[in-house]
Design a protein around this ligand. Structure first.
Ligand code: AMP
Length: 204
């Protein structure tokens, strides 16, 4: 199964992506995680991405799309994947559709996690990551950057909901609640039954 997880920063995409991908037996591919690993590893890609990330802006499409195309060509992604944080613009979504078509594949579903903005600001400002045994705040989770990231989401990424709805691929779920509850909604929307088999996806 080839799935895109859509939702604003703080909607719980990273957490849900790990759990759902495990249940689907496909890799969870997070562009944010790949960028962060490159920034910590001081690679050329990390150097190019860092300034955009620190400002809460999107890394330009040409850098991001090339990185994702390479990642999707790896053997573990051949039979399916769950994308977390990509696409984030209509142009990226079109590129994804075209590169999959070249390989004779297509996306099966876009699952959107819906959370209202007040809840997002609350979650992001309190979020901490475990790095080398210490809980730290991501630079881009600082209040002024959070506001900008939400604006960027509204302007550049939210239109993807309509894009995937038109393609007949969109399922939306309420992503407020306990992690387990949200996972259950997600798996139901993706048509996964308790025995782990995929059935017909539920309409949004
Ligand atoms: P995330 O962990 O998904 O919130 O991503 C953190 C940051 O990485 C974003 O604020 C962007 O600067 C960058 N990023 C991640 N995914 C993308 C993407 N698909 N397109 C452009 N920039 C991205």
């Amino acid at each position: 199964m080839r799935v895109v997880l859509l939702g604003p920063p703080g909607a719980g995409k990273g957490t849900q992506a790990q759990i759902i991908a495990g249940r689907m037996s496909v890799p969870a591919i997070s562009t944010g995680d790949i960028f962060r690993a490159n920034v910590s590893g001081r690679t050329e890609l990390g150097r190019q991405a860092k300034a955009y990330m620190d400002a809460g802006d999107l890394v330009p499409d040409e850098i991001t799309v090339a990185m994702v195309t390479d990642r999707l060509a790896e053997p573990d992604a051949k039979a399916g994947f769950l994308l977390d944080g990509f696409p984030r613009t209509i142009a990226q979504a079109e590129q994804l559709r075209d590169s999959l078509a070249e390989l004779g594949h297509q996306l099966d579903r876009c699952l959107e996690l819906v959370v209202d903005e007040d809840e997002l600001v609350r979650r992001l400002s309190g979020r901490r990551m475990l790095v080398d045994g210490e809980w730290v705040q991501r630079d881009d989770d600082k209040p002024e950057t959070v506001r900008h990231r939400l604006e960027v989401y509204r302007e550049q990424t939210a239109p993807l909901s309509g894009f995937y709805r038109q393609a007949g691929l969109l399922s939306q779920i309420d992503a407020i609640g306990e992690i387990d509850e949200v996972t259950d909604r997600a798996l139901t929307a993706l048509g996964f039954t308790d025995d782990g088999a995929a059935g017909a996806p539920a309409a949004s």
